[in-house]
Design a protein around this ligand. Structure first.
Ligand SMILES: Cc1ncc(C[n+]2csc(CCOP(=O)(O)OP(=O)(O)O)c2C)c(N)n1
Ligand code: SF4
Length: 275
């Protein structure tokens, strides 16, 4: 794997230290992203990274690519605009589970069905971190948050199933604990033509952990280690055995015509029509 010193040039060092709490998983996920970009052998000016609003979305401030820190829930919409204007850019979206799936849920499903060439990395800490620990669309049932003090009664979205059902052509899940796997999936997502959704489950010790009996960051990482099951192994396990597990792995990797290429063909055809 790429060495940490090889990606140092991707950081805006004058913006350090980050605002993230000690033990937050966001730094680990960001490091996976930088390593994946390096492994994909991209130059800085070839990459555009777009985020919404949230703790995770602060990541774009710390990295030295073409970056846009936009509005809550609208990262995919901005990224769609960037990709349409300049399809030669590798466009990545860094987004929280609230950003991507609550306020931004509509943009998420429509980007998937269009198969536009974006690499979307969901920093899935299963809580609203920035605003004080409210439950999000991925908070598991019965878990605690500042807005579900007696336990959450909303069934969570499964990001992978939602992406597949919406038509995404590359879909994978990893965790902050499984760093090399996350690097691999993000790299594959970058190199994939069409939309790639990479769901990365990551610890928020300050809100999710503290309210759910796991305030120590290291315990949260061990939890991810002990509750993640590769999709190949999950096939051999019963529903009961999988009850409190995360299924990780690559779920979809298919070829389908990409949106901006299809759009370019229409422009070419229409521009030949004599009026
Ligand atoms: C239009 C709008 N609505 C609400 C907010 C308040 N807000 C900021 S971040 C956030 C949720 C953050 O949660 P998530 O997207 O999961 O990111 P995290 O902080 O956990 O990384 C909310 C509700 C906002 N900034 N803008
Ligand atoms: S509140 Fe949670 S997600 Fe936000 S920086 Fe702190 S640990 Fe990370």
């Amino acid at each position: 794997m790429v060495n940490a010193s090889e990606v140092r040039d991707y950081l805006r060092k004058d913006r350090m230290p980050t605002v993230w709490c000690p033990g937050c998983g966001n730094g680990i996920v960001l490091s996976s992203i930088l390593r994946a970009i390096k492994e994909a052998d991209l130059r800085k000016k070839e990459v555009a990274v777009i985020s919404g609003i949230g703790c995770s979305s602060r990541a774009t401030g710390y990295i030295d690519f073409n970056t846009l820190h936009t509005l809550h829930g609208r990262a995919i919409a901005f990224a769609t605009g960037v990709k349409m204007v300049n399809p030669s850019l590798k466009v990545m979206v860094l987004t929280g589970d609230g950003d991507a799936l609550a306020i931004g849920g509509n943009h998420f499903i429509h980007a998937c069905r269009r198969n536009i060439d974006l690499t979307v990395i969901v920093f899935n800490n299963r809580i609203y971190g920035m605003t004080g620990g409210e439950f999000s669309p991925t908070t598991p049932e019965d878990d605690f948050s500042t807005t579900s003090v007696y336990g959450n009664i909303d069934p969570p979205f499964d990001v992978v199933k939602l992406a597949i059902a919406s038509g995404a052509t590359y879909v994978a899940r990893s965790t902050a604990y499984h760093h090399p796997l996350t690097v691999q999936y993000i790299k594959e997502g970058i190199l994939h033509k069409g939309i790639s959704i990479i769901d990365v489950i990551t610890p928020c010790p300050t809100y999710y952990g503290r309210y759910n009996q796991s305030p120590k960051p290291i315990d949260m990482l061990f939890y991810l280690r002990d509750h993640a099951v590769m999709n190949t192994k999950a096939k051999t396990m019963s529903e009961e055995e999988l009850r409190d597990k995360f299924i990780i792995g690559r779920f979809v990797n298919i070829e389908k015509e990409e949106y901006t290429e299809r759009y370019a063909k229409i422009i070419e055809r229409v521009s030949k029509v004599k009026v």
